[in-house]
Design a protein around this ligand. Structure first.
Ligand code: GTP
Length: 221
């Protein structure tokens, strides 16, 4: 959203695409999962009485819109990208087929996984964990607006301290709320390392894939 209250900020999406461009130039295979909260927040409408499943379907469509915007932004920078959707909308993008996704990655294309898991009640974070595991990713990055996981909300509590590394169980036990429990458990059960970092810091994703100590690493330590 950038500074706007709603929608897609061309400047922000260009900047993120440019960071992904740098990753691909460095030879990293990149797959993305993008949420839809900038367009549609299911929780707000659910609280107002809209059917939860309908709200989640609307959220999935919002992620498709964002994924198409990202595909466009990447291709403007010369990065070939393929949107693959968990719900069938063939006129707009490819269906998600695991083996095809892996093939795209091997060919150096960025794959954007759209529509979450295709199921209501599952978050974008769970979709990211699931896809990371399915494609045998080496690292799952939660690229967000905070530079790691803190002991408390750093905005509200000035004494909050940032962790360099944590176990999945510590995140769950302390309800650290960085991703929902389903997403964390999926990572834990499949040994998928997760790094939480601030995507607004230039080069943060590059430093993470280089194995540097960026943000917070969550693993079976
Ligand atoms: P290779 O087979 O590895 O060469 O991959 P490719 O993606 O370049 O070839 P393909 O013939 O599968 O796709 C050509 C173009 O059509 C690409 O831009 C795809 O994203 C797009 N495409 C493929 N399948 C679908 C689909 O089901 N729906 C839509 N809308 N586009 C598709």
């Amino acid at each position: 959203m950038g500074d706007d209250a709603y929608g897609i900020s061309p400047e922000i999406i260009r900047r993120i695409a440019s960071e992904i461009h740098d990753l691909t130039e460095a030879g990293v295979e990149v797959a993305l999962v993008i949420g839809g909260g900038n367009i549609f927040r299911g929780a707000g409408l659910a609280a107002a009485g809209i059917d939860r499943v309908t709200g989640d379907h609307m959220g999935m469509l919002a992620t498709v819109i964002n994924s198409l915007a990202m595909q466009d932004a990447l291709e403007r920078l010369g990065v070939i990208a393929r949107v693959m959707s968990a719900i069938s909308i063939n006129e707009i993008c490819e269906d998600y087929i695991r083996r095809k996704a892996v093939r795209h990655l091997e060919k150096g294309r960025v794959v954007v996984f759209a529509a979450g898991t295709g199921n209501p009640f599952f978050t974008t974070d769970s979709a990211a964990s699931l896809r990371a595991i399915e494609i045998n990713a080496e690292l799952l990055i939660k690229a967000t607006k905070v530079d790691g996981i803190y002991s408390a909300d750093p905005v509200k509590d000035k004494t909050a301290k940032r962790y360099d590394a944590l176990s999945y169980d510590a995140v769950l036990d302390q309800k650290l709320g960085v991703m929902d429990a389903t997403a964390i458990v999926l990572c834990r059960e499949n040994n998928m390392p997760l790094r939480v970092l601030d995507m607004t810091q230039a080069g943060s994703m590059m430093r993470a894939v280089q194995g540097l100590n960026e943000g917070t690493l969550v693993s079976n330590q």
